[in-house]
Design a protein. Structure first.
Length: 321
């Protein structure tokens, strides 16, 4: 496995300066009292393109040879990665094609197109989307951008961990939503490089637990994925991210869709933050008592905020009944 050094992570952090928005930590008295831990929110829901994905996308595409970038990019995504790649391509002045589910989140499709990407609607799960993206790569000689994890992608996501520990050096634990695993892998590498005593926890929906099952099996496995948190709906985690997580993460816990929605609505009500279900999974783990971290300083990563208004209204209406 290729090792990402702290020097490499700092280099990428420097490359991202001026490209991404800073997302300073927000302490939360409300959630601290509700959970019995000192809660700090990392609001990547306020990031450009609405999620953390720009970090890894920009790092990954920057690492491609210029002649490869010039051919145009192709990738696949449920939504947030699509926007990160589309915005990266727009910044760099290159083309991008994104394969998204045939029944997509309309707001995420509109955003990807708004950044200039060509969107191809196809399939219902991550494996079908990946197959179609690979077909387009072969047909058009595009550069394929893998969303599930590579050293350059993970190094970009590691910038989140560097920022957390730089701002809160005595943080005890960091809680991160997990889909393909690149964000958890990057944050874990950065945090452990700066302070090996920091504990790292991933959170997955009960209906989409491929990383959890892979860790239990000791190797990457495929699993069904049905969850309200479509951004975490990955049927098979990335091999590189899995290898990093296996060595550096304390545990991956599961939360229900109901627990995720409750956390999302509480973030809106109490923190005034619009967070999509995928981004709220980390707080859901604390609120539901899935982690025993009483009294500790805990950073909760809110990975994205891309939820369309009709869907948010539906959640709010159900909560008020």
């Amino acid at each position: 496995m290729s090792v990402i050094t702290l020097e490499r992570m700092r280099e990428v952090q420097g490359q991202l300066r001026g490209v991404i928005h800073p997302t300073p930590l927000q302490s939360s008295r409300t959630f601290s009292e509700m959970t019995g831990v000192q809660v700090y929110l990392k609001p990547e829901c306020l990031q450009k393109a609405g999620s953390f994905k720009l970090r890894g996308a920009y790092s990954l595409v920057s690492g491609l040879p210029p002649e490869e970038r010039a051919r145009g990019l192709v990738t696949y995504s449920a939504g947030n990665w699509a926007q990160g790649v589309a915005l990266t391509a727009s910044i760099m002045g290159i083309g991008a094609t994104v394969v998204m589910p045939s029944s997509p989140n309309p707001a995420k499709v509109a955003a990807a197109r708004g950044y200039g990407a060509t969107v191809v609607l196809y399939g219902t799960n991550s494996l079908e989307l990946c197959d179609r993206a690979q077909q387009l790569r072969q047909e058009h000689s595009y550069a394929f951008i893998d969303p599930l994890g590579s050293p350059d992608l993970v190094a970009g996501d590691a910038s989140i961990g560097l920022e957390i520990v730089d701002e809160l050096p005595d943080v005890d634990a960091i809680v991160v939503p997990v889909g393909g695993g690149s964000m958890l892998a990057g944050i874990a590498l950065a945090a452990k490089a700066l302070n090996p005593r920091i504990r790292l926890f991933g959170v997955q929906p009960e209906g989409s637990r491929a990383m959890k099952l892979s860790l239990e099996a000791g190797h990457v496995v495929e699993s069904d994925s049905v969850t309200v948190a479509e951004g975490l709906g990955v049927k098979r985690p990335g091999q590189y991210s899995f290898d990093v997580i296996k060595e550096n993460v304390d545990d991956v816990v599961l939360v229900s869709d109901d627990e995720i929605v409750r956390a999302m609505l509480l973030l809106l009500e109490r923190a005034k933050l619009v967070v999509e279900p995928s981004g709220a999974a980390s707080l859901a783990a604390l609120l539901s008592g899935k982690l025993n971290l009483g009294g500790k300083k805990v950073c909760v990563v809110l990975s994205g905020g891309n939820i369309d208004l009709p869907r948010l209204a539906k959640f709010l209406s159900a909560a008020c009944m």
